[in-house]
Design a protein around this ligand. Structure first.
Ligand SMILES: Cc1ncc(COP(=O)(O)O)c(C=O)c1O
Length: 406
């Protein structure tokens, strides 16, 4: 019985038969026209994202990392400090360095795992020299209610505020979309993301100058697609028409994906409300997450690696990758810019897990995750085990989709 249950993988890109056919048709058009990069499909995708986010400009690029570096170059961080959260993916801080700036790591708030006005102020006052701006990251897809206050602080200090929205396609705060709160926002279409094209990224902005700069930078700094002088130190950061076909078809499904993901998250919220040893990170009022990740903070006494192994091997449930298991200020590559402990980031990185959420997750899969997670956490925290649904859950290990990229 239990062995017949299919495993729940950590992440699962969703391409139904209609979408695969549409992608095939779009790629066929690209191949038969010979327009393989920076063509009509990419432009249509840019228009779709710009209107979805509610900004006038979107510029498609080769990755979320490229999108970050292009914006940072356009904002000219050369030789200057940029505040970034300690709790983020390597690329957020790496892009600052590649753009010629110096990352200054700030601590995060325990309720959102993201920057707050207070943590940014602390970083500015304690460590900021010549600060150019702040990169905010919407961890797990949750837009913190602190975002407008951080943007206001940046405006007061005369520095830029930009969003690394790699996790936050379709997420909103008080109805405003992630990506629309600062001078620019960036998205990633890496395979684990809510909108996935294999590889790809997007810059969104209301600032025409940043959009123009981005178009220069993504295509080798050339003044024009069909030739022209090289006027910027650009790179091969274009999005191909083939990737645009995949990403656009995915973004067209975003509302449906979000409905499923939010339904799963409501079930997790209810099932974990009374669970000793584990506290879900709940959406604050006004914030509508896309649930790129469903985050749960564990009691420090619970060993995360043991818990994950038990879930995988005993119940066939693979948790998603952490966001993030280690804060950036402890990474060897950033040793020379780190400036001591950042206790909240260190704590949340060490003691959270992410329950799997897929854009086509079934009720049965969500039940399986809930029952397995409750059983393992209750055992780990020394509480009697009672599955929420009453279903016995054991099964085979999930082969899963690798999800270590954040
Ligand atoms: C917060 C964050 N920023 C940037 C990136 C980089 O995006 P990409 O892999 O598309 O370069 C990622 C993840 O992939 C991310 O999670």
């Amino acid at each position: 019985m239990a062995d017949a249950l299919p495993p729940v993988p950590p992440a699962r890109p969703v391409f139904n038969a209609d979408d695969r056919a549409r992608i095939g048709a779009l790629i066929d058009t690209a191949l038969s026209s010979g327009a393989l990069t920076l063509g009509p499909c990419g432009r249509q995708f840019e228009e779709l994202v710009a209107s979805s986010v509610g900004v006038p400009h979107a510029v498609a690029v080769s990755s979320g990392t490229a999108a970050l570096e292009i914006v940072l170059r356009s904002l000219d961080v050369q030789g200057r400090d940029v505040i970034v959260p300690a709790n983020t993916f390597y690329a957020t801080a790496g892009a600052v360095v590649h753009a010629g700036g110096r990352p200054v790591f700030a601590d995060v708030a325990a309720d959102t795992l993201a920057l707050s006005r207070a943590t940014v102020e602390a970083a500015l006052d304690a460590h900021g020299g010549d600060v150019a701006g702040v990169v905010h990251v919407h961890i797990g897809g949750l837009v913190s209610p602190e975002v407008p206050a951080i943007a206001a602080l940046c405006a007061e200090r005369g520095i830029f505020f930009m969003e690394d929205a790699a996790h936050a396609h379709g997420s909103t705060l008080d109805g405003k979309a992630a990506g629309a709160f600062g001078q620019a926002g960036t998205f990633s279409f890496y395979p684990t993301k809510v909108v996935a094209s294999g590889e790809g990224g997007m810059i969104v902005t209301a600032d025409e100058r940043i959009a123009d700069e981005a178009r220069l930078y993504r295509d080798q700094g050339k003044a024009g697609f069909l030739g022209g002088e090289h006027v910027r130190l650009g790179y091969a950061w274009r999005m191909s028409e083939l990737h645009a076909a995949v990403a656009m078809t995915q973004w067209e499904r975003l509302d449906q994906f979000l409905a499923v993901r939010r339904g799963v998250a409501r079930r997790y919220d209810e099932a974990l409300a009374d669970l000793p040893g584990a506290t879900p990170v709940l959406q604050p009022a006004g914030s509508e997450s896309n649930y790129y990740k469903y985050l749960v903070l564990l009691e420090p006494s619970i060993d995360r690696d043991v818990l994950k192994k038990e879930l995988r091997e005993g119940y066939g449930v693979s948790l998603s990758g952490e966001v993030y298991a280690r804060p950036l200020h402890v990474e060897p590559i950033f040793a020379d810019v780190a400036h001591g402990p950042l206790p909240v980031a260190e704590h949340v990185c060490a003691h959270h897990v992410c329950l799997p959420v897929h854009s086509d997750m079934t009720d049965a899969e969500a039940t399986r995750v809930i029952d397995a997670f409750r059983a393992v956490v209750m055992r780990a925290s020394g509480t009697a085990v009672t599955p929420a649904s009453g279903t016995a859950v054991t099964g085979m290990a999930a082969p899963g989709t690798a999800d270590t990229h954040g």
